[in-house]
Structures are given as C-alpha cells and as structure tokens.
Write a protein of this length. Structure first.
Length: 274
C-alpha cells in the first residue's frame, strides 16, 4: 500500500531502496571520514539534495543548472575520489564472502615460508615476503627481478642471504610461485609502532598491506623477530607456530585453480553457444 508524505507517494519498495542507498552512503562516508575527500563528498550530497528539492518544487532554472553539473559529475567523482574508491574496492575484495570464491591452497607456501622465516630469524638475516591473495601485484613485480620459480625454503634462504644480489627488497609470492625478488614496495606513512621506530622493511610491509590484499612477512635483521603486516596492522614478535596460525587464518583452504577452471569452462561454453 502506497504511503503519502506531503507531495511524495512512496511504496515499500521505495522505502527499502532508500534504506539501502542510505547504508551505502554511510559506509562510503565512514571509509572517507577524517580525509579531505569527506568534505567534498558531503558537498556532493548537499548538491544532490538541492537538486531533488529543485525538481520537486519545479524550480526550472536551478534544476537546469544542477542538471548541467551532473553531466560531468561521474567524471569529477572518479578524479576526486580515486584513492578512496581504491580503498573501498580493496575492502570489498577483502570480504570473507568474496574470498570464499578466491581460495588458495597455500599449505605448501605456508610451510616453506614458516621454515625459511625460522632459519632467517636464527641467522638474523633480514627478509620481506609478500603473499598475494585475491589480487596480483603486477606493478611491484615489474619493479624487481622476475623469477617465476616454485617456492621452497632453500630458495628463500638463498634469496635473502646477505651477499645475494637479490636480498634487498621484497619477494612476491602468488599461488606457490615466487613471482619476483628485489621488488620495491610503497612505504607506509606510519614510522612508529608501539612507541618503537620502524625500519624500512616494516614500513614497506605495512605500506603494501595498506594498498593491496596481501600478507607481508617481515624478519628483522637487527632482532631476528618475525612480524606480519595485514590490512595495515603490524603483528610483531611472533613464534613460528603463531606465524603459521596467522597465515592459515589469512587464507581459506579451497583451490583457486578449481574455481578458475569452472569459470573458464563456463565462459567457453557460453561463447561456443553464443
């Protein structure tokens, strides 16, 4: 049954539509809160509200002006909110629901990284290992030396041996493959954690975890401590078992290749039928 509010006539579908839109706007604002973009976003919402009122009250000239503004609104939104849009998409990609369909069988990877981290910690060899989850890191991979080698404890130890030409920078791993070594990563703006100054490895691990759906394992050259950076949070001084537990929590257990095969088969069948 329609609901009349002044000059508006609403149905229950309209109410549900408004509630969903309100939740989306609220969530976007929460992501942007504390940034300059939040003020711009509030201004855009105000313009939309004024445009709605102008149309409802038949203010022709104001409606015409606001309609001209909305013609370039989408392009302006993308330009102004590029960093925030990226953050929102990363948060969506990190959701458990989506990651259910992007699972990786990383037992082999976890075992190799844990064993190598233990040995690197004992020897006080610095290391930075980045494991991608749902998304790749092509830009960062291209900044290093591409290997495309199967992961193993021995290979990781060789890479991070202090006299190795590849020991500086990060190793990037995807689906049990070491894609590249000596990769350059973005540094986090955070310089201190728990009132302690962060080294370049820890800042790089935090930085890449802030910008992409990854887990970064860091071994300190000075202290030998093992740390993990995930979603912009640093977990320091982990034991090997704690490292394994956190890596297992960060990845779901089903195979990505199975889903890729299903997707490709479905797409191929659809194209053939088309």
């Amino acid at each position: 049954m329609p609901i009349k509010i002044g000059f508006l006539t609403l149905t229950w579908i309209d109410v549900i539509d408004i509630l969903i839109l309100t939740i989306i706007i609220y969530r976007i604002y929460m992501v942007m809160r504390g940034t300059i973009a939040a003020q711009i976003f509030a201004g855009l919402i105000a313009i939309i509200a004024i445009s709605f009122i102008a149309q409802a009250t038949n203010l022709t000239a104001l409606t015409w002006l606001l309609r001209k503004l909305t013609d370039i609104w989408v392009l302006a939104f993308i330009i102004l909110f590029q960093p925030e849009i990226r953050r929102v998409l990363i948060l969506i990609g990190r959701s458990r629901f989506l990651r259910y369909f992007l699972k990786l069988d990383v037992e082999e990877t976890i075992d190799a990284i844990s064993a190598a981290s233990l040995e690197l910690s004992r020897l006080h060899y610095g290391a930075l290992i980045v494991i991608t989850r749902g998304t790749g890191l092509r830009t960062f991979v291209e900044s290093g030396v591409q290997l495309h080698a199967s992961i193993s404890k021995q290979l990781l130890l060789s890479i991070f041996f202090p006299k190795s030409p590849l020991h500086d920078g990060a190793v990037i791993i995807k689906d049990r493959i070491i894609e590249a070594a000596r990769c350059t990563l973005p540094l986090s703006n955070i310089t201190r954690w728990d009132d302690k100054l962060l080294g370049m490895r820890h800042r790089a691990g935090l930085g890449v975890s802030e910008q992409a759906d990854v887990i970064a394992v860091i071994v300190s050259e000075e202290t030998g401590q093992i740390s993990i950076a995930e979603n912009g949070i640093l977990y320091k001084n982990l034991t090997v078992q704690e490292l394994k537990n956190r890596l297992n929590e960060g990845f779901l257990k089903s195979k990505l290749k199975t889903w890729k095969h299903i997707f490709r088969s479905t797409t191929k069948n659809y194209n053939n039928n088309d």
